[in-house]
Design a protein around this ligand. Structure first.
Ligand SMILES: [Zn+2]
Length: 66
C-alpha cells in the first residue's frame, strides 16, 4: 500500500478511472469535460475511498479517506 500524496494521477481504462489501491476499474466515468473538486471516488472492489480532483478528465488524488 502506498501513501497517496502529491499529484498521483489515476489511470483511465475503458472510459473509467482505475482504483489506485487495487488497480481495478471503478464505477466513476472519465470524461474530458469533467471538472470536480474534492470528489469522493469510491471503489466497490476494495472499498477504498479517495478525495480526488478532476481537471478536464485528469483525475488526481487529494487524500485517501479509508
Ligand atoms: Zn480498489
Amino acid at each position: 500500500m502506498q501513501t497517496s500524496k502529491g499529484h498521483v494521477k489515476l489511470i483511465v481504462k475503458n472510459g473509467r478511472y482505475v482504483c489506485p489501491n487495487c488497480k481495478q476499474v471503478t464505477n466513476q466515468q472519465a470524461n474530458p469535460q469533467t471538472n470536480a473538486e474534492n470528489l469522493i471516488l469510491w471503489c466497490r472492489n476494495c472499498k477504498a475511498e479517495f478525495f480526488v480532483n478532476i481537471d478536464h478528465g485528469q483525475c488526481s488524488i487529494v487524500s485517501r479517506c479509508r
